[in-house]
Design a protein around this ligand. Structure first.
Ligand code: DON
Length: 307
């Protein structure tokens, strides 16, 4: 299969749609990103990264970081994770608070904001949010084999300054006793995780282990057990796009995770990891052009897990 040719065809297909969707502006530092950007990268078994467009430009990965924190928390605390967060799709927006009261402060899944806040809480030892953030940064640099990966502190600060909703979610969960660390400590890590800046190439490479049963196919490092890898992919498939998860599964048929920076990470089990970036979003916060590009890619590669 000639992935470079396929990527060229995908880029041609999305060209008339470039700039569609709405750039996230509830985090002020994200509002100034050029809506016409488009990049896509596919990392394969031997670590080769096929890419097109702005695939080497860094963008704010935002909620895509939730996949990595979720994997780390599963490895750290195992199945006890499920005592404090569920694994059902929410059918609600990423920052919704509506289910939390009925469900006594237990978020529906680790890929919505409330769930990722609980996951982050699990990753903090001795109240040290800086250490957790350094750890995550180190993990991403290792996985991507790229020491240049960094956090965009301007984005982190901007989100913290306008983070009333995430603070509400966190305090609400704290009121049910579902957080160990204090709210500001957890959020200081959570905001920095969301502000990680990666390119499509770095992101696809960093997530490659999820396409190969939890083991990096290049370095042979075991990152998560095969069973956990399967489950991370299952949660991405059912919950990775909030109230747009059904439509994403219908159109693309692969586990994925969106971020309001306009990135989407998708796992093609046994084939590779795909990252696409285009800042314009649909109503659920998934990249409009990114989803179109993924649809075209899956059409051409036949990689949907549904055949
Ligand atoms: O917490 C937030 O609202 C953002 N840092 C992340 C939200 C996000 O990326 C939603 N995804 N599509």
């Amino acid at each position: 299969m000639d992935l470079d040719k396929i990527l060229e065809a995908v880029a041609e297909f999305v060209e008339p749609h470039r700039g569609k969707g709405k750039v996230a502006d509830y985090i002020p530092a994200l509002a100034s990103v050029d809506p016409n950007k488009f990049g896509m990268a596919v990392a394969t078994r031997d670590g080769t990264c096929h890419k097109i467009g702005d695939a080497d430009e860094c963008f704010s990965i935002q909620s895509i970081s939730k996949v990595f924190t979720f994997s780390l928390a599963l490895q750290k605390v195992g199945d006890t994770l499920w005592e404090r967060v569920g694994r059902e799709p929410s059918g609600s927006a990423f920052n919704s608070i509506v289910q939390l009261e009925h469900e006594r402060g237990i978020p529906r899944n680790p890929l919505i904001n409330a769930g990722a806040i609980v996951v982050t809480d699990h990753l903090i030892d001795n109240g040290d949010a800086d250490a957790t953030t350094e750890m995550l940064l180190g993990v991403l640099r290792d996985h991507a084999e790229d020491e240049s990966i960094a956090i965009d502190m301007e984005v982190a600060r901007s989100e913290s300054e306008t983070g009333a909703r995430n603070r509400s979610l966190a305090h609400f969960m704290a009121s049910f006793g579902n957080l160990d660390n204090d709210v500001e400590t957890i959020l200081s890590a959570y905001f920095r995780h969301c502000a990680l800046a990666l390119s499509c190439s770095q992101l696809a490479r960093a997530a490659l282990f999820l396409a190969f049963d939890g083991k990096d196919p290049v370095t042979r490092e075991r990152i998560v057990t095969p069973q956990r890898c399967r489950r991370i992919n299952a949660v991405m498939m059912t919950c990775g796009h909030y109230d747009n998860s059904g439509d994403f599964a219908f159109r693309i048929g692969l586990p994925g995770k969106s971020g309001v920076g306009g990135g989407v990470l998708v796992i093609a089990p046994g084939e590779g990891a795909i990252a696409v970036w285009s800042p314009g979003l649909n109503e659920a916060g998934t990249s409009t052009v990114g989803a179109l590009a993924l649809e075209a890619l899956v059409e051409q590669t036949g990689w949907s897990v549904f055949g």
